[in-house]
Design a binder for this molecule. Structure first.
Ligand code: P6P
Length: 337
């Protein structure tokens, strides 16, 4: 890593004028996410060495065993955001309800709400497979000066002012957008600094990789079954390669670099799909569109879905534009049969 590469801190400052709202708060918010990412990364990287792995014994609202690292990551991001006195509210996969940050913001002047999946793919921790943090930022819509409400969190994804992820993989990267493209930063662990390593990230329009849990194939809607058979057919540039890590940020990240499509459709096991709209699908869809990709539920743009509940799930298809559009075509055609 050349020292000449721009650091994340320098990049945020240089681009803050591009934020249409900024009074420096979004800059401070992004910097606090950067700090939290480094703290969590330190623990994730040594998870195999200390007794931090293993279910914390609790079960979160999703009905999933909470791994201690889940709980830890959740606490780090929430406390870091609270201490910086920047946001008026936080929602997390690990919290049943949203958290109103009133302590220091006694007159409710903070403008932003943050939604996070603090450690997505946590079931991979025990087998040393990469996991990630996903974040989504909105400007509150209820009047500044009043307590934050659920409406501030149930905004359509196209209202996001920033979104990104940290992938704790062979290297730790922070990838984010504020609506002016997608940029990736790699952590130099020796000095604890993120450096710009992937400027202007963009999905190739086409790709030859499809990512889905084919173990659910028999439960998929017919259109998705037809699309998967299309991916596997010997024709033209097919069969495609099947790659599925079981960690959304990792599958998304690889597909954005190499070209590909990620699918988590609804099924008879998950009537609405598995992924959560607010803190998984919306931030990844914002990133995808900013990187010339596409994200839908098979029929409509993810960023146009009006949320009704904090932890609601949606079917999710995301990646290279031409691949997503082909999958959508199979879904539409199946309905005509
Ligand atoms: P399955 C992890 O729990 C996650 O939310 C995503 O990161 C991942 O892509 C998906 O669920 C894996 O789900 O059912 O294939 O194990």
């Amino acid at each position: 890593m050349s020292g000449q590469n721009k650091t994340l801190g320098e990049f945020i400052i240089e681009n803050q004028t591009a934020f249409k709202y900024t009074t420096g708060e979004l800059t401070r918010l992004l910097n606090s996410l950067r700090l939290a990412a480094k703290v969590v990364n330190h623990e994730v990287n040594k998870a195999g060495l200390v007794d931090i792995i293993g279910a914390a014994g609790d079960v979160n609202i999703q009905g999933e065993d909470q791994q201690k690292l889940d709980v830890y990551a959740n606490e780090v991001f929430i406390q870091t955001l609270k201490k910086r006195n920047i946001v008026c509210g936080i929602a997390s996969e690990e919290e049943d309800d949203f958290i109103s940050i009133n302590s220091q913001d006694s007159n409710h002047q903070n403008k932003y709400v943050v939604l996070i999946d603090p450690l997505d793919g946590s079931s991979n921790i025990d087998v040393n497979v990469s996991v990630g943090t996903i974040f989504s930022v909105y400007r509150r819509i209820t009047p500044v000066g009043s307590p934050v409400t659920i409406e501030d969190f149930l905004q359509e994804g196209h209202q996001q002012v920033a979104a990104g992820y940290i992938v704790y993989g062979t290297s730790t990267m922070l990838v984010y957008t504020t609506g002016a493209g997608v940029n990736g930063f790699t952590l130099n662990p020796a000095i604890g600094t993120f450096y710009l390593s992937h400027p202007d990230m963009s999905f190739p329009e086409d790709g030859q990789i499809y990512s889905c849990n084919e173990g659910n194939y028999i439960h998929f809607p017919q259109g998705i079954k037809d699309y998967i058979k299309y991916c596997q057919k010997e024709e033209g540039d097919r069969p495609y390669t099947s790659r599925y890590i079981g960690s959304l940020v990792s599958d998304f990240h690889r597909n954005m670099i190499k070209g590909g499509i990620y699918l988590y459709p609804k099924s008879s096991k998950n009537e609405k799909g598995k992924l959560r709209l607010l803190y998984e699908c919306n931030p990844m869809a914002f990133l995808a569109e900013q990187a010339n990709g596409k994200a839908s539920d098979g029929f409509q743009r993810i960023l146009d879905i009006k949320p009704t509940e904090l932890h609601e799930r949606v079917p999710f298809i995301c990646g290279s534009k031409n691949m997503v559009e082909k999958a959508e075509e199979f879904e539409r055609n199946a309905l005509k049969k």
